[in-house]
Design a protein around this ligand. Structure first.
Ligand SMILES: Cc1ncc(COP(=O)(O)O)c(C=O)c1O
Length: 447
């Protein structure tokens, strides 16, 4: 079988995610035969460096032998069992380990299957917890430009028009507060000062709406799908204090930024804070199997703990909740963090990414290169002086995507933001290759 024959069969029966399928008439999907480390290989024998960790899930490379062995071992033992009324070793072990690793106070794990479903769990749990305490609160506060997934609840608290606009009539009305996107700061202003300044809007929203608000939900440090927009940990510190002061839950959605992406195991650690809900997904299984988790506090848990009444219990479920294969993969992923010096190695890789892209800031169509840990983003603009973006129809990201594929690199820009968010097993030469291809792609696309 060749790329072409698989693509033809695919296009007869599949409908791909986040895709205008008409685009595939010109650019057919690329069928991947195998993966190893940071590399993917297609049926024509071409290789692609996976610079985006296959939608930010892969941490330790494709076909990681340690994670695969753990899944195979678990498969021989128990593939799945209902988690209502039953339990199993991988889910107990994983929960103990997550509680030990997470910021202090997060004491309970509730599992779901993917990121969006963990967001749904947190929104429902927060609402329900207030209700169980006799308070009728129905609102959520979130940041402009935020992204929390594509299910209706998650879209309601998100703010990326591209995904949200069409479904607006179906959604909850969230309270949206301007995000502390540091690329908007004044010349000479530090990111910390800008983040502090922008917090005034959040404080005002809390002051006005705390009585009707269940929770504030945020993506700590980096708004990923919104274009890798970054802010300072001081914002998280201020937010934690304000949520406590106004008696509103804080939901930290670390589905994209958890597990070392921003430099610390969890992004909240950079501010020394503990949220009331911590959401993890994506990298939780090292990128092998769908699994997500909503961690919460005993205080929240206890509002549900009572003699049985349907109204008090959290009657939320997904069929594959706490799947043993996925939990075994997650335990193997945590073993790698425990045994290998991952976060220190990442620090060196992140420094190398910075060096390899330092010259990009001088490009006439690059407005900014920004970085938080292992996430590095390069923003293309039409006019550098005025920071005017390319209009929608003239966007350059797709041209960079195509060019990179020809050069054997999978970059998948967010609009005109090119970014690297690679598996942690990438080496320095591979980072140099990424940087060369991105530079050439940007240069050609913006000529
Ligand atoms: C911050 C954040 N939350 C939630 C989600 C949704 O996760 P999933 O795509 O697994 O449903 C994403 C996905 O990109 C995300 O970045």
């Amino acid at each position: 079988m060749t790329n072409r024959s698989w693509a033809e069969r695919d296009l007869r029966v599949l409908w791909h995610p986040c895709t205008q399928m008409r685009d595939h008439a010109d650019d057919p999907p690329i069928p991947i035969r195998r993966g190893e480390g940071v590399w993917l290989e297609d049926y024509d024998g071409r290789r692609y460096l996976d610079a985006i960790s296959s939608w930010w899930v892969n941490l330790f490379g494709h076909a990681n032998p340690r994670i695969n062995a753990a899944i195979a071992g678990q498969l021989a033992q128990l593939e799945h069992v209902i988690l209502a009324g039953f339990t199993h070793e991988p889910v107990v072990t994983l929960s103990e380990r997550l509680v030990a690793l997470a910021p202090k106070g997060l004491a309970r794990c509730f599992y779901a299957s993917d990121g969006s479903s963990a967001v749904e769990v947190a929104l429902k749990m927060s609402f329900h917890s207030w209700r169980n305490r006799g308070e009728s609160r129905t609102r959520f506060i979130s940041l402009s430009n935020s992204y929390h997934g594509e299910t209706l609840g998650a879209l309601s608290v998100g703010d990326v028009a591209l995904y949200k606009e069409t479904y607006e009539p179906l959604l909850l009305k969230a309270i949206t507060v301007p995000a502390p996107d540091c690329s908007q700061r004044e010349p000479g202003e530090s990111c910390a000062d800008y983040s502090t300044r922008l917090f005034a809007a959040m404080d005002a929203a809390l002051a006005a709406h705390a009585h009707e608000t269940c929770a504030v939900i945020i993506e700590p440090l980096v708004q990923c799908a919104g274009g890798m927009r970054m802010y300072d940990p001081v914002y998280l510190k201020l937010l934690r204090a304000a949520c406590t002061q106004y008696n509103v839950h804080l939901i930290a959605d670390e589905i994209a930024v958890g597990f070392g992406r921003t430099g610390t195991m969890f992004a909240c650690e950079s501010a020394g804070i503990a949220p009331d809900f911590l959401l993890l997904g994506k990298g939780l299984t090292g990128g092998t199997l769908p699994l997500s988790v909503c961690l919460t506090t005993d205080a929240v848990y206890e509002t549900f703990y009572a003699e049985y009444t349907a109204q008090k219990a959290f009657l939320h479920s997904h069929s594959y909740t706490g799947n043993p294969l996925a939990c075994a993969a997650a335990n193997a992923t945590l073993d790698i963090f425990r045994d290998d010096d991952v976060l220190n190695r990442n620090r060196r890789l992140a420094a190398h990414m910075a060096r390899a892209t330092a010259h990009f800031a001088g490009h006439p169509h690059v407005a900014e290169v920004r970085q938080t840990g292992m996430i590095l983003a390069i923003e293309m603009v039409k006019d550098k002086k005025t920071r005017t973006p390319y209009p929608w129809q003239e966007r350059r990201g797709r041209a960079v995507y195509r060019y990179a594929l020809e050069r054997g690199v999978l970059l998948r820009p967010l609009g005109d933001v090119i970014y690297f968010m690679p598996p942690y097993v990438i080496n320095e030469e591979e980072i140099d290759l990424l940087a060369d291809v991105a530079w050439e792609g940007i240069d050609i696309a913006t000529r």
